[in-house]
Write a protein that binds this ligand. Structure first.
Ligand SMILES: Nc1ncnc2c1ncn2[C@@H]1O[C@H](COP(=O)(O)OP(=O)(O)OP(=O)(O)O)[C@@H](O)[C@H]1O
Length: 456
């Protein structure tokens, strides 16, 4: 079966690294198996969903290269939900309830006082058709519950376990006891639908074959499998991955804006580094910098995902980012170098890539080899002497060792006393790429001027 998967965020905030773990695992799974990937915006919560967040989700996914084959938004599908709800009402799978929040709260307290689990007692199932009609005629607005397929009928009965089980793609055998849950409300009193319902209808209509999502949805899955059945559909396969938490163990939330993809973009991090980290953290694989999404897809193995939460540390992402840059081939960055105003010669890239923390650092080194910088003269005697023995052009990678040998012979300086003042004069910086590679890129005039302390 060709997999068809989906990523279904609500546009209620900026995507964070945890959301991207879900998006990446789905996308990579589709990629690995030649399947397709649907982006679905779960925007039925019209109060908190915004167009800005919807646009930002698309933008972040595009930046990460997690392209989608299909796109849908729940706001456009109300007519379809109405139709599906009507069928479930007709079959009795959805039943109208009229209790107020206060009434439900009173009942829960009573149940707890009697040491019973505070689950909905299904009192509304006892209403006759006439009673329901009278309530509606009197202006009461029902909310609708889904009757879970369990045997806990009516008020006061001790619930019987009713296990619904599946073989989770990530966690192995799983089950949820539907006997211990309240019948979930799928339609609110104002007629709006809850995610639990709309998600199932969408998954049926879009023929989703595998639902891969965070373990925050395990209980939902038990309930939704029952809704699939009630809607006459076979539930797809499910996989629940561990959630990511922040370095100090804090939960992530779109609403709180922590560890957003935007913040990584602002810091100039590489999309591949973010993807590798999101997909490999909390697995038994080492977190390594892979160069392409296909390489990462080839590595994907759900059985390697640990059930413990993955700890996400920005500092580790930054290290991974530099490791990735250090191995990037020129061909992979030539276009970006040009766009950054760097006439990206391969020599330059190979000389500096090992010193980059972010791609933006390349501009610093480009300025060192081709722009002008303020030289730092630490030992003017040495730099003047060095200028006097500067070899004639053309220069090669051997020029540095020939020149420094000549400076050493002329001044007697060696080791740090020789190299440090030269580095400071030529680059204005304490550390950086090997000078033997930078020197030929700088050219003789620029080097000479800097040795004389001139901005060049
Ligand atoms: N910390 C996390 N680690 C891994 N996956 C997560 C994490 N938080 C959410 N997800 C997954 O992201 C997907 C999108 O979920 P959703 O839009 O509800 O995000 P959310 O961050 O929980 O949002 P909100 O804070 O608005 O409730 C879901 O599949 C969910 O399981």
């Amino acid at each position: 079966m060709t997999p068809r998967v989906r990523f279904a965020p609500s546009p209620t905030g900026r995507l964070h690294i945890g959301n991207i773990r879900t998006a990446a695992l789905n996308w990579l799974f589709a990629r690995k198996h030649g399947g397709s990937f649907l982006l679905r915006l779960d925007d039925t919560d019209t109060v908190r969903s915004t167009e800005e967040f919807a646009a930002a989700i698309r933008d972040d996914l595009t930046w990460l290269g997690l392209t989608w084959n299909d796109f849908a938004r729940q706001q456009d599908r109300t007519a379809r939900y109405d139709e599906a709800a009507a069928a479930l009402k007709a079959s009795g799978a959805l039943y109208p309830c009229f209790e107020t929040e206060e009434e439900l709260d009173r009942r829960r307290k009573r149940q707890l006082a009697m040491h019973r689990p505070p689950i909905y007692d299904r009192a509304a199932l006892k209403l006759s058709a006439e009673e329901i009609a009278a309530k509606i005629a009197a202006g009461e607005k029902p909310h609708w519950r889904f009757r879970l397929p369990n045997t806990s009928e009516g008020r006061g009965l001790t619930p019987q376990p009713t296990l619904i089980s599946w073989n989770d793609l990530i966690r192995g055998d799983q089950s949820v006891d539907l006997g211990s849950l309240s019948d979930p409300v799928l339609i609110r009193g104002d007629g709006t639908y809850l995610y639990t319902f709309t998600s199932v209808i969408d998954d049926v209509d879009f023929a989703i074959t595998h639902i891969v999502r965070g373990e925050d949805h395990v209980t939902n899955t038990g309930v939704q499998m029952a809704i699939f059945e009630a809607a006459g559909a076979t539930p797809p396969a499910f996989g629940h991955h561990s959630l990511l938490v922040g370095a100090d163990g804090q939960a992530l939330s779109k609403r709180l804006g922590a560890l957003s993809i935007q913040s990584f973009r602002d810091e100039g991090l590489e999309p591949m580094a973010v993807l590798c980290h999101a997909a490999l953290v909390g697995t038994s694989d080492a977190i390594e910098p892979l160069q392409s999404r296909d390489d990462l897809a080839a590595k994907l193995d759900f059985s390697k995902i640990s059930t413990a939460p993955g700890r996400f540390d920005v500092a580790e992402l930054k290290v991974l980012n530099s490791k990735l840059l250090h191995t990037l081939e020129y061909a992979a960055v030539a276009e970006r170098l040009r766009a950054a105003g760097i006439e990206g010669r391969e020599h330059f890239w190979n000389a500096v890539r090992g010193n980059l923390e972010t791609f933006g650092d390349a501009s610093i080194w480009w300025n060192v080899v081709a722009g002008d910088i303020e030289p730092v003269i630490e030992d003017s005697k040495l730099t003047v002497a060095a200028a006097s023995v500067l070899p004639d052009a053309p220069w090669s990678e051997n020029t540095w060792s020939e020149w420094t040998a000549a400076v050493k012979a002329k001044t007697g300086a060696k080791g740090r006393a020789l190299f440090h003042p030269l580095r400071l004069a030529l680059t204005g910086r304490e550390a950086g790429p090997e000078l033997k590679t930078l020197l030929p890129l700088m050219g003789r005039d620029r080097v000479l001027a800097r040795l004389e302390g001139k901005r060049a």
